[in-house]
Structure formats: structure tokens, C-alpha cells
Design a protein. Sequence first.
Length: 299
Amino acid sequence: MAVVFRPARIDDLTRADEIVVASINELTERRGFGKMASAHPPNFQAFSLSDDTEGLWVADDGGEIVGFAWSWVCGELWFLAQLFVAPDRQSDGIGNQLISKTFAHAEMRGASIRALITFTFNNVSQGLYIRHGLFPRFPIYMVSVPRDRLASRLAAPRLRLESLTAQTARFDELALVDVSALGVSREKHHRYLLGDSTTSGFTIHAGRECVGYVYMSEGHIGPLAVRRPDLAGPAFAAALSFAAQSNSPNISAFVPGASEPALKAATDHGMRLTFPMLLMSNRQFGNWASYLPRNPGFM
């Protein structure tokens, strides 16, 4: 029976996540990093499916899901959140078929910017994306530090955090920050994060001026965005100071290589680079010195 490529349904998402986890761990173990991925409720995938049903696809072989692709669109930005094939089916051409479905999604939505984040050491996928016009831009580093070690390196933050909720959020203000950092508004994703009970949001202030925002979840910082690159280091330091007050044993973040101030703040606070990712896109976009992504799927 031939593999069928069809739009994903809500009841596909748990199995799709299992394929993603298995594929990531097969790759990272093969490259000597050990297992890195673990299963999570596919909440953001479900949100994306509800928002845009054309963005999620599965490869179905007689009722068994053997591949999954997921992309989302904000304004002119199309982002490939995930594209994975079951480890034992990766030589069957399934990835090429799935990527064709995802690029058709970008065409349908009229997205002029196309981007994704992949593992730096995943050279096979990088070759596939380059053939489709997406080129490497800069690394994005996963950084982490034990919370007790972080606490000994903290100084008084220069910027102030204020609680951000769905009731208090000024989405026009958040949009201005997003446009400064990424070139597009991500209002729907702010609404998702503010409705997530495991995530806390904050606006970042210099005096009376709101200069950015940050979200934190279980010791992980991101996304974080600021209006100007020179604010990235102080904003990240303020987020680290707040995260150090949590009960999480480890504090982590994704920091772009394009943001020297944020990378310096990370190393000054004892954070270590755990593994490298890579941003790929069809053209330069945004100011990544001002933005720290949440993860490679949410960005």
C-alpha cells in the first residue's frame, strides 16, 4: 500500500510527537550527544492546527503515521516548526514529499520569508533545505546552568520585569517589540503563551518605558524580545535574576550567535553551551541581536 500524505487531524498529534522524539533521539545519539528529546503534550501543535489546518501534514502508511510536517505563518513569515520521518523510513523519500506539502503552505499564504531552525550537525537535512532555497544564517546555542550556581553570579538587574497576563497585555505594544525584533507581529502566539498555565509572561521596563517582553516556563527562558540590540544583555540578565528565584534545578535558554550581548550575559552568569542549532532562511529577516527564541518549533 502506498504512503498517503494527508492533512493532520487532532488525534494524529500524539503519535506524530512520538515520531519527532524518536527521530531526534536517533540523530543526537548517533552524533554522540545522547538522548535529548522527550514527549510532551502537543499543545502548540493543536493550537496551530486550529489556527491553520493547512500547516500540518502526516505521512500515513496503511493507518500508521510514519512522518510529520508542521509549519505556521505570521504575516509574511512562514516557519517550518518540525519535519521528521520515523527512523526506519528515512530512506523512502517521505521527507521530500512532506517538504513539498509544507512549501505549498508557504505559497498558499503568500509568505515571502521562509525559515526554520535545525541541528547544526544535521547535514543531510541542511542539504535538503538548501536545495529548496533556505540557507544557513547563524548558530543558535542551547545554554544552561544549575540554579544554585547561577544564584552566586547575580547582580542587581538594570531592567525591571512586570507581570504580563491576558487581562493586562497591550497587544499593540507587544507587536511593536516583535516588529522591531523579527519584522512581524506574533499576536496569536502571545495569546497562546498567555493561556498556557505552565508559562509566565513579563514585560521588560527601563524606567517607565516598556522595552521588551519575556516568557518563562519551568526554568526555561524564552521567547525574549527587546526593541534594541543593546537591551538584549540587560534584559536577559533581568530574566536570569527572576528565574533564579524559581524552584527549577536548571535554568536554560536558546541564544542566537547574532546576539553578542546576550551570549556574553549567558557566559558571565556561568551558563554553558550544551548543543548548537542553526537558523536557515531564504533571506535575512529581523534583528536577531534583539530576540531569543523559545525553542526550535515555536521560535
